[in-house]
Design a protein around this ligand. Structure first.
Ligand code: RB5
Length: 164
């Protein structure tokens, strides 16, 4: 199957984490969780950072940067936050080959990987409680897309459309 997948590189996942100002509390909390997770080989923090110049960077830049890092092969996945999770997902999806989904429930998080081979999960700090977001992220890390599954041909339609 062509295109970027959610399959972990040998040694664990390389995960981008990012947010805009409206998601920075969750970004900081989940950054610590990812760094402590043995399934994660590398965490790439693309901001925004509290009390830093990038703090007011609008959400599209965050989503686009995350998508580009995956597209370039520098990361396997991204976990992104904004107020709703929608803006960063829309932005990441503008990058060729990237499949980003906003999900605030366990089943959708699972299916985003197993059905849709999404590399990017987004959540909204103004939508979901912190402890649920942490649990969903833990679950998300445990899923791996099966390229031999019936879902693969459906995802391939998107890859073919994009020519990647
Ligand atoms: C705040 O700018 C808010 O609009 C943003 O974080 C996000 O929810 C957009 O989708």
């Amino acid at each position: 199957m062509s295109g970027q997948t959610t399959e972990p590189a040998a040694g664990g996942l390389r995960i981008v984490i990012g947010s805009d100002e409206a998601g920075v509390d969750y970004k900081e909390a989940l950054l610590k969780d990812l760094e402590a997770d043995g399934r994660v080989a590398e965490v790439i923090d693309i901001g925004v950072h509290r009390a830093a110049e990038d703090f007011t960077r609008p959400y599209p830049y965050v989503g686009l940067k995350a998508g580009q890092l995956i597209s370039e092969g520098a990361a396997d996945r991204a976990l992104l936050f904004c107020g709703t999770g929608l803006g960063v997902a829309i932005a990441a999806n503008k990058v060729l080959g990237i499949r980003a989904a906003t999900a605030h429930d366990s089943f959708s998080v699972e299916r985003s990987v197993l059905s849709n081979n999404c590399q990017v999960l987004t959540m909204g700090q103004r939508v979901v409680g912190l402890e649920l977001a942490r649990r969903l992220a833990r679950e998300w890390i445990g899923y791996t897309f099966d390229p031999d599954s019936a879902s693969a041909a459906k995802v391939q339609v998107l890859s073919d459309y994009e020519g990647c």
